[in-house]
Design a protein around this ligand. Structure first.
Ligand code: 3NM
Length: 203
C-alpha cells in the first residue's frame, strides 16, 4: 500500500495490519496524489521501521533507487518496470525480488530472470490499480501452478476475506491485498481474517 490507499495515517494502518498478523509489507506509493522525492523517502523509512520492529519483510514497489537508499528487504516490479534480471544483478542474491506476471510466458521469464516469487493477477476486479489488466480469475493461478512452477505465488487484485479461499485453493501460496486491509473499518480484524483464511487453506 501507499499513502493514497489509506483513510488514516499510513503508519497507523501498517501498525494495525501488523497487529493482525500480516507476513510481508510492500510500500507501493503510486497513483494520483502519490508522494514523491524526500516525502516519499521519509514515509518509506517510517514504514520500514515499523516492519523492522516487528520482523516483517519490507519490500519496495518499482522504485529501485528507493529500495537501495532504504536498504529494503527487496523490490517488486511489474512488466513495465526495470526488468527483473537487471534488478537481480544490481541487488545481488540476498534481496527478495518479486515480479507481477499476467501470462505463463511472463511467469517463466521472471523466474529465468531470478524472481523469488510471482504476483499473479488481477484475480478479481480492482479499483486500486489505475492500469490494471483484464481480470484473470482463479483459473490463471491454477494454470501457473500446474505448469510446474514451484516458486511462491501470491494472488492479487480485488481479493477480500470472502473470496480469498478459492485463490488459495487454486494454488496460491499467499494473498496480496491493498484495499481490503488498508481501507477496512477495522484493519487489525481484516488482516487477521486473511491470516485465518491462509491457515485454513494449509498454504
Ligand atoms: N497489482 P486491491 S492488481 C497492485 O494484477 C496491483 O498485478 C495488480 O489492490 C496486478 O487489493 C493490484 O485493493 C491492486 O484490489 C490490488
Amino acid at each position: 500500500m501507499g499513502s493514497v490507499n489509506c483513510r488514516i495515517a499510513p503508519a497507523k494502518v501498517l501498525k494495525e495490519a501488523v497487529a493482525g498478523g500480516i507476513t510481508m509489507f510492500q510500500f507501493r506509493e503510486k497513483g494520483t496524489g502519490a508522494l514523491t522525492a524526500q516525502v516519499k523517502f521519509n514515509l518509506g523509512r517510517r514504514l520500514q521501521k515499523i516492519c523492522r520492529a516487528n520482523g516483517v519483510p519490507f519490500i519496495v514497489n518499482d522504485d529501485i533507487d528507493l529500495a537501495i537508499a532504504l536498504d529494503a528487504d527487496g523490490i517488486h516490479v511489474g512488466q513495465d518496470d526495470t526488468p527483473a534480471l537487471a534488478i537481480r544483478q544490481l541487488l545481488g542474491e540476498d534481496k527478495i525480488v518479486g515480479v507481477s506476471a499476467h501470462s505463463l510466458a511472463e511467469a517463466r521469464q521472471a523466474i529465468a530472470d531470478g524472481a523469488d516469487y510471482l504476483g499473479i493477477g488481477p484475480v478479481y476486479p480492482t479499483s486500486s490499480k489505475e492500469d490494471a489488466q483484464a481480470v484473470r480469475g482463479t483459473s490463471f493461478i491454477e494454470e501457473i501452478r500446474n505448469s510446474g512452477i514451484t516458486i511462491p505465488l501470491v494472488g492479487i487484485g480485488g481479493i477480500t476475506v470472502h473470496n480469498a479461499a478459492p485463490v488459495l485453493a487454486a494454488g496460491a501460496d499467499g494473498i496480496s491485498v491493498i484495499s481490503a486491509i488498508a481501507g477496512a473499518e477495522d484493519i487489525t480484524l481484516a488482516a487477521r481474517g486473511f491470516v485465518h483464511e491462509v491457515n485454513l487453506s494449509g498454504s
